[in-house]
Design a protein around this ligand. Structure first.
Ligand code: ZN
Length: 254
């Protein structure tokens, strides 16, 4: 029963994430006005706004102007619902930790998509998340408060160092300052070990994607990748499998 409720909640919150992803980069309110079609500006009726279901009932088109609704919308709704269920599946025995895991991945999803599409990481999500999860570290069952603060502020400091190094020495923005703020948020919840895994996964997947674009798409080394997207992906995996990956990597080297 709890699982069904969480999946339904995930669908509704996923629908809200679509609004966040669309409006936050434009500096618009995510609460008002109600959802409307960006093509014909008509308000979307509640029965046309049912997560996932409406997309298929409408054949992926606006009821009025027939403008195409991006496939991203039902996908994000379904993925958010899946994430809510996954948190419950792994951590359901600890309701508070489950709730904060859900909140953590709930923030990762728009960060990943907005960085991918706009190359920005909004402060509302990174710094907002940092405040929430530094506060939560006092109740975190797996890491100490010191661990959360050292992981958050320590990694942000290292990333800030890298940011200024790239800027001054190599005269390019190797990573954005949004990544620095994002580290505070990630470290506060993941702690040192899982954060290390998240950074490893992000760097490795970023490297693979970068190589792909250089080899197959003719890009050069100046290619800019949305590192926040990779950090979000790495963190998502790390929340659920961080310790297992950490032990595996360690066993390979020690
Ligand atoms: Zn329309």
């Amino acid at each position: 029963m709890e699982e069904i409720i969480l999946i339904l909640l995930g669908l509704i919150f996923g629908s809200f994430l679509n609004v966040v992803i669309y409006r936050l980069p434009q500096g618009k309110s995510v609460i008002k006005p109600r959802s409307f079609c960006p093509s014909c500006n008509k308000l979307i009726k509640f029965y046309d706004n049912i997560p996932v279901v409406s997309y298929f009932l409408l054949g992926g088109k606006c009821r009025h102007c027939k403008a195409e609704i991006p496939l991203r919308y039902p996908l994000i709704e379904a993925f958010t619902a899946f994430s809510f269920w996954l948190a419950y599946f792994y951590f359901g025995h600890d309701p508070l930790y489950t709730a904060f895991t859900i909140l953590f991945v709930f923030l990762l999803i728009p960060l990943a998509i907005i960085d991918l599409t706009h190359m920005i990481l909004p402060d509302e999500l990174t710094l907002g998340g940092a405040v929430i999860f530094l506060g939560y570290s006092f109740f975190h069952p797996h890491i100490t408060v010191a661990n959360a603060f050292i992981a958050g502020f320590g990694s942000a400091l290292i990333f800030a160092g890298l940011y200024f190094f790239y800027l001054k020495v190599r005269k390019i923005e190797g990573l954005g300052f949004g990544d620095v703020k994002m580290m505070l948020f990630l470290g506060a919840f993941l702690g040192l070990h899982n954060l290390l895994v998240a950074i490893l996964l992000a760097s490795f997947s970023g490297l693979l994607v970068g190589l792909f674009f250089i080899i197959f798409k003719g890009k050069n080394l100046q290619l800019k990748l949305p590192f926040g997207t990779f950090l979000a992906l790495g963190s998502y995996v790390s929340v659920f499998y961080g310790m297992a990956i950490y032990r595996l990597v360690r066993s390979l080297f020690i």
